[in-house]
Design a protein around this ligand. Structure first.
Ligand code: NDP
Ligand code: GDR
Length: 357
């Protein structure tokens, strides 16, 4: 019998990689999508149009803010596994829409858990928890399942509620419910306003002569960045265990935003020379002296998580999970994809052709 999975947030970065993984494993995949005025299925169109005899994918309109819709979908789909990936997932935006973030990213989780519980269907549940729960408090890194939480944004606070209500439903109702406490994971499919993708798109745009410079906020922030494709494998493994548990997934390395910028430009043969400090810090092309990077205070947040650095020992020991793509490999992959789609050349071809003039 085919396993059936229901994914909320299927149109997002992780939803697309997870769908690929589950279809490859022969699952029947169901996804909840919101109605948009123009279609937003770009990340999964290749799966929707795949006519091979892999598992099939079905989409249903729905929203984490609509309880009756969620209850109806759980009864209709009767999933073996539910992956709750949907969220207003942007930390900076959560300061602008705090109440909606609480609704979707926080209360949305209890709506889905209740829909599962009340349906009486026995299914496994994955909750997309986050390293933002830790808040990067000094002296706590590397952060593991034992590190105390101290969220520093409306997003982090909403996810804190989701984390605990998932634990609570596991303990109260004996549900198979797991939290994956995932550190930042990126890919060529990453949303364009998250810092990594903003950087790699800017690099490609600058090389194509379509953008003058890259403007960023806090470049001292440190993140534990991995590849999304590796992380969805970890999500799936959590639900294949005998007992439900919570796990950190991370690369166990940390890098500054500045390092991500330097490496991204290096991929296209540009060496950045930094001058100035604080908001006056600027990055120049060492060869030509051209200004390529500056700081715009608009991109600073009311509160910042300065240091995320994960310890995924538990996942490595119990799930046999380990990241496969290195930090450098991730930067290379992301820059290369954006170069191909914006410049029409791979990073290597661009450098061979003489690079930035
Ligand atoms: P994305 O922002 O790429 O995707 C979010 C998804 O949620 C989209 O499909 C979006 O749909 C959907 N969504 C948003 N609001 C609602 C709603 N009210 N009802 C139904 N669907 C909704 O996120 P990622 O794929 O990067 O992340 C997946 C999950 O993992 C999120 O919960 C995120 O908070 C969490 N997470 C992510 C990490 C990362 O580094 N990527 C790290 C740790 C946790 P639409 O296309 O319609 O906007
Ligand atoms: P984050 O990711 O907040 O860690 O949340 P993001 O890429 O937005 O920020 C990472 C760090 O970069 C700094 N930064 C900037 N960020 C953005 N977006 N734009 C800028 O111009 C910029 N300049 C500097 C930020 O201040 C921050 O320190 C992501 C999301 O996927 C969450 O859903 C997830 O839970 C966490 O990762 C783990």
């Amino acid at each position: 019998m085919k396993k059936v999975a229901l994914i909320t947030g299927i149109t997002g970065q992780d939803g697309s990689y997870l769908s690929e993984l589950l279809l490859d494993k022969g699952y029947e995949v169901h996804g909840i999508i919101r109605r948009h005025s123009t279609p937003c299925t770009d990340r999964i169109d290749h799966l929707l149009n795949d006519k091979s005899d892999k598992g099939r994918i079905f989409l249903h309109h729905g929203d984490l803010t609509d309880s009756s819709n969620l209850a109806m979908l759980i009864s209709k789909v009767k999933p073996d596994e539910v992956y709750n990936l949907a969220a207003q997932s942007h930390v900076a935006v959560s300061f602008e829409v705090p109440e909606y973030t609480a609704e979707a990213t926080g209360v949305g989780t209890i709506r889905l858990l209740e829909a599962v519980r009340q349906s009486g269907i026995s299914c496994k549940y994955y909750q997309a928890s986050t390293s933002e729960l830790f808040g990067g408090i000094p002296g706590t890194a590397p952060q593991s399942e034992q590190t105390p939480f101290y969220p520093k944004s409306p997003y982090g606070a909403a996810k804190l509620y989701s984390y605990w209500i998932t634990v609570n439903y596991r303990e109260s109702y004996n549900m198979f419910a797991c939290n994956g406490i995932l550190f930042n994971h990126e890919s060529p499919r990453r949303g364009e306003t998250f810092v990594t993708r903003k950087i790699t798109i800017a690099v490609a745009n600058i090389m194509a002569g379509k953008q003058e410079k890259l403007s960023l906020g806090n470049m001292d922030a440190k993140r534990d960045w991995g590849f999304a494709g590796d992380y969805v494998e970890g999500m799936w493994r959590m639900l294949q265990q005998d007992k439900p548990c919570d796990y950190v997934l991370a690369t166990n390395e940390t890098h500054t935003v500045r390092e991500f910028v330097e490496l991204s430009f290096a991929e296209v043969g540009v060496e950045i020379e930094w001058k100035g400090t604080g908001v006056d810090e600027k990055g120049f092309d060492k060869k030509t002296g051209r200004l390529l990077v500056d700081i715009n205070p608009e991109f600073f947040r009311p509160a910042e998580v300065e240091l995320l650095w994960g310890d995924s020992t538990k996942a490595e020991n119990e799930l046999g999970w380990k990241r496969q793509v290195s930090f450098r490999g991730l930067v290379e992959m992301m820059v290369d994809e954006d170069m191909k789609s914006i410049v029409g050349k791979s990073s290597e071809e661009f450098v061979k052709a003489g690079g930035l003039k």
